[in-house]
Design a protein around this ligand. Structure first.
Ligand code: SLL
Length: 158
């Protein structure tokens, strides 16, 4: 049977978070129980800001945060906060108007700590001492199926 060839265009994205244990230097308005500063972001694999295809990114934080729904409508699409705990952040990417594409939504586990894994003998294979910087970053591809003409041009301009 003859296959109908449909066009789809994939765009690579990088998303995730970095985190740092705060020392004595804390933002003046950070609650005392906050131990870490973290940044969550969505960007291209080479640091591109992706504003050609993304209108805004909505990060839905844990309800312990004031105004947990944070909309970032300019590149870089990143959000920096302080806190004490790990949780799931709902990331919703809205594409530019001209694309007429539905938003995509997924979860990212905000990682603040290195894992305290132990093997069968109880030996710790990683711990939180020393370098306190942590990163949890993922590569993914957004696939646009049968993009409209205008958006196709934007995608091809890359
Ligand atoms: C936990 N399930 O119990 C997680 C919840 C919540 C993290 C973590 C700061 C919020 C605030 C914050 O880090 N919340 O501003 O008070 O570990």
């Amino acid at each position: 049977a003859k296959r109908i060839k449909t066009l789809s265009v994939a765009r690579p994205i990088i998303y995730g978070n970095s985190a740092k244990k705060m020392g004595d230097v804390k933002p003046p308005n950070a609650p005392v129980e906050h131990t870490h500063m973290w940044t969550i972001f969505v960007r291209g694999p080479n640091g591109e800001d992706l504003s050609d295809i993304i209108k805004c990114v909505v990060y839905k934080l844990h309800e312990t945060y004031p105004n947990p729904t944070r909309t970032v409508d300019a590149p870089p699409f990143e959000l920096t906060e302080t806190g004490w705990g790990e949780f799931e952040i709902n990331v919703k990417i809205h594409f530019v108007e001209s694309a007429s594409e539905k938003p995509i939504s997924f979860y990212h586990h905000l990682r603040l700590h290195k894992y305290h894994n132990a093997d069968a003998s109880g030996i710790k294979i990683e711990n939180d001492s020393g370098n306190t910087d942590v990163e949890s970053i993922f590569y993914d591809e957004v696939v646009f199926n049968e993009p409209n003409e205008d958006f196709f041009k934007v995608l091809m301009a890359q």
